[in-house]
Design a protein around this ligand. Structure first.
Ligand SMILES: [Zn+2]
Length: 460
């Protein structure tokens, strides 16, 4: 099938879907005094995971008012259940199976302009570049970066031929995935998923991985990256728990969002029938591994994975002939891809920082409006983009990428660490500028950073 035909197919499929999205989240913590440390050290009892999917529009819980289900008298307070439910109503409420009922979209997408399509195709030739501008690519594809990029990568890796995939089913699956992200989310939307998928591609082609990973591994890595934040509501787990959201109940307050992303992905996989031709055992294995990858992106489990990674590196016992070890490396690669924003160029990194901060503050505004406790990092009156970024880079991003560079000591790893150091210096410089110009900024910020930052990190 020619490129032009594929693009036409994508466009036609997208025209069948409505474009009402909503949205926004992020890393979770509730301790004011040791925010990032706690974020890394959150230890929980975890429930066993099963294989129930959250089928689009068919899950019984989707029709239950989460305030009624398991509501606690003391938590009802001034919060209007209807209001919050409206804010958080997920995509599937809106277009559950509209696609299959053949209902015409309310806002049909106009056909892509040929010039833009040509430029987007041209950009895809450099999809493996770390400087790939996903924002530009998204504009050139008229908001279809996730579908276009992932489809391209499936072709690039030969996955369509290897797994005998039906091109139409693949396109339909990818369109459904893209549409289940909330475009109203400043950060957790389909562009973030496309960015993570692009980063994953960069990692998959690193020498150590490229020579060891099987096509099955590559397929899973790309699928996990593409779906890892599916149907993200734009608020964090802490918010869902304190408002007694049905998902928090369903997943016993444990990796609530990640479980939802996974089950949503499995639901779409089954609905699309993309792998219906594979043996049941393989499909179940794929769903299980997909879950294991997506659940690894729970930032509250960062310490657990980081310690395991460090131990393997210290012992030099990672053997990528071993399927279990390859899976672990895929988990680490996905974790890196998910939080690699501070390792991009300043221009790209700054845009992501602004988006995630907007999403945090939006959550804080909802909490204030409904007289709930404002979650850490979400209060626009006490937090700044600079201090949020400095803390995130120091306590979450840097430790992970330092270990990744130990595992994969390549030019890309050094480039990422280089940008990380530059970006950190950039934010620090902005804090200093504000302080010297008499702005009302937190004077302890720089002191905190230099006091707590590990020695090796300071030397970056
Ligand atoms: Zn993510």
């Amino acid at each position: 099938m020619g490129i032009a035909l594929i693009w036409s197919l994508i466009v036609v499929l997208i025209r069948w879907i409505t474009f009402k999205r909503r949205g926004a989240i992020s890393y979770d913590s509730s301790d004011q005094t040791a925010l990032y440390i706690r974020m890394l050290g959150d230890v929980r009892v975890r429930s066993r995971v099963g294989f129930e999917t959250e089928r689009r529009g068919s899950h019984p819980y989707l029709y239950v008012d989460f305030r009624i289900l398991h509501s606690r008298p003391e938590s009802v307070g001034p919060v209007s259940a209807r209001k919050i439910r409206r804010l958080l109503s997920f995509q599937r409420y809106l277009h559950s199976s509209r696609f299959f009922r053949g209902v015409a979209p309310q806002n049909p997408l106009y056909i892509l302009d040929d010039d833009y399509t040509g430029q987007a195709k041209c950009m895809l030739k450099k999809v493996g570049s770390w400087n790939f501008d996903i924002f530009l690519f998204d504009r050139l594809t008229n908001g279809n970066s996730l579908v276009s990029l992932t489809f391209h990568l499936f072709k690039h890796y030969g996955l369509i031929e290897i797994f005998h995939l039906d091109m139409v089913k693949l396109c339909r699956f990818l369109v459904m995935v893209q549409e289940d992200y909330h475009s109203q989310n400043p950060y957790h939307n389909a562009v973030h998923a496309a960015d993570v998928t692009q980063a994953m591609h960069c990692y998959l082609k690193e020498p150590k991985l490229a020579k060891s990973l099987t096509s099955w591994d590559v397929l899973l890595g790309l699928l996990a990256a593409t779906t890892h934040d599916l149907d993200h509501p734009g608020v964090n787990q802490h918010f869902l728990i304190k408002t007694n959201h049905y998902l928090a109940t369903l997943y016993k307050n444990t990796s609530v969002l990640e479980n939802h992303h996974w089950r949503s992905a499995v639901g779409l996989l089954r609905e699309s029938g993309l792998f219906a031709h594979l043996p049941l055992e393989d499909r179940l294995g794929m769903e299980r591994q997909l879950g294991s990858l997506i659940l690894a992106t729970d930032i509250s489990r960062q310490n657990e994975y980081l310690l395991q990674f460090r131990t393997h590196l210290d012992r030099e016992d990672l053997c990528l002939d071993d399927a279990g070890h390859r899976h672990f490396i895929l988990q680490m690669a996905l974790k890196c891809a998910d939080i690699c924003n501070p390792c991009r160029t300043w221009e790209l990194s700054k845009q992501w920082s602004e988006k995630v901060t907007e999403e945090f503050f939006h959550q804080g505004d909802i909490e204030k409006k409904h007289k709930l406790d404002v979650s850490p990092l979400c209060d626009s009156q006490t937090q700044t983009i600079e201090n949020i970024q400095m803390g995130f880079m120091t306590y979450v991003v840097e430790p992970l990428f330092v270990e990744w560079a130990r595992f994969s000591d390549t030019r890309l790893s050094q480039t990422m660490l280089g940008y990380l150091a530059l970006n950190k210096a950039g934010w620090r410089g902005m804090v200093q500028d504000q302080a010297s110009s008499g702005d009302d900024t937190d004077p302890t910020l720089e002191e905190t950073d230099s006091d707590i930052l590990p020695q090796e990190s300071r030397e970056l």
